[in-house]
Design a protein around this ligand. Structure first.
Ligand code: WQD
Length: 338
């Protein structure tokens, strides 16, 4: 296969940067667009340092049609991976308009630029939050969307609907990837999650407690109907998640095997509770995590984990890395950034 060019929006973010590394290591040429609203410029250098390859980088806002069209006209990508979006569930409850406008407008700009540049292949960053809390586990791709109390998940549902309903008329080939809970960091310790301010998600919160930046973890409820009373999630290593994007690009570039629109879960198929995650972290890293039991966090699902069979069968991908590797790699990254 001749060298193909992938354009990644949000490529300096947690998932985008790890995907950029795997794409470069696989031999793709890479264009990255990021406005650094939720990432840092030095991450681009980290990606280039880890891979010893150059990126064609543009600092731009993906809702700005004119600047993005200029980039498409210049770069003429073969595939687009669209990560750039706001992603905090909690923030989306208080700022719904900001979330709908940014997350939907940015997708519309991408689809318009693809259409005008005759680029037909897209991988879209979706989320397991679209399932809501009412479906039985393990979650499968055919489940209907649930009504959600937050604009973040609703914006992902709306984007998936737009993709499904426009792909045939525009002769696109599109894959939506529904992420479960990505955690950990690149095993080099040179790339990882960079939450702005106090982390919302549990893993960066745990590593900041472990290094002493935060005094203790608050466990949001231990009275759930689960074996140890704490919520269960499908934690997946960020490098496994990144590799799934490479598999998706290959599937889209292998002519005529991908249908116009496909959806895949990206999870391990195994549920891990909050207390189990803490225990894995303490055991693997020989670090104590002080915690207190707090109130339940509104909107939290009791238990979510994926049925990964469709990804294994059609994407030819499955998660390989263990929870032990996730907590070790996450800790190594926290020690690097301090
Ligand atoms: C995990 C568990 C909390 C923090 C996130 C994203 C969502 C989607 C999936 C991408 C829950 C508990 C957390 C803390 C805690 N990703 N917790 N104390 O909520 O499953 O969803 O990943 O689309 O967008 O929000 O992840 O890490 O916030 O919580 O007890 O300080 O840890 O109650 O059970 P969540 P999370």
């Amino acid at each position: 296969m001749d060298i193909k060019k992938v354009l990644v929006t949000g490529g300096a973010g947690f998932i985008g940067s790890h995907t950029a590394v795997e794409l470069l290591n696989t031999g793709f040429e890479l264009v990255v667009i990021d406005n650094f609203s939720n990432s840092e410029p030095w991450i681009i250098k980290q990606i280039e340092s880890i891979t010893q390859k150059k990126i064609s980088f543009y600092q731009a806002d993906v809702t700005n049609q004119l600047s993005i069209q200029d980039i498409f006209n210049k770069e003429k990508p073969d595939v687009v991976i669209h990560f750039a979006a706001y992603k905090s569930v909690g923030e989306s409850v208080t700022k719904p308009l900001m979330y709908f406008q940014n997350n939907i407008d940015s997708l519309m700009v991408i689809l318009s630029c693809m259409s005008q540049s005759n680029c037909k292949k897209l991988v879209f960053s979706s989320s397991c939050t679209i399932y809501g809390n009412n479906h039985p586990n393990p979650l499968i791709e055919d489940y209907a969307f649930s009504d959600l109390p937050h604009a973040y998940g609703s914006s992902k549902q709306i984007c998936e609907t737009i993709l499904q309903k426009t792909t045939i008329a525009n002769q696109f080939n599109i894959i939506s990837l529904r992420y479960f809970n990505p955690i950990g960091a690149h095993p080099s310790g040179l790339l990882g999650e960079l939450p702005k301010g106090t982390p919302n998600n549990i893993m960066p919160y745990i590593t900041q407690v472990a290094i002493g930046k935060l005094p203790f973890l608050t466990i949001f409820g231990n009275d759930y109907p689960t074996p140890d009373g704490t919520c269960i999630r499908d934690y997946i290593h960020i490098s496994d998640l990144a590799e799934a994007h490479v598999f998706s690009c290959k599937r889209l570039l292998t002519s005529n095997i991908a249908p116009p629109y496909e959806v895949f879960n990206l999870g391990t198929g195994t549920g891990v509770s909050v207390l189990e995650l803490i225990n894995h972290f303490e055991t693997e890293n020989n670090v104590k995590i002080p915690y207190k039991i707090g109130l339940r966090r509104p909107g939290d699902a009791v238990c979510t984990y994926a049925n990964p069979e469709k990804s294994k069968k059609n994407l030819k991908w499955e998660a390989k890395r263990s929870i032990k590797e996730m907590v070790k790699d996450g800790w190594r990254w926290q020690l690097f950034i301090k």
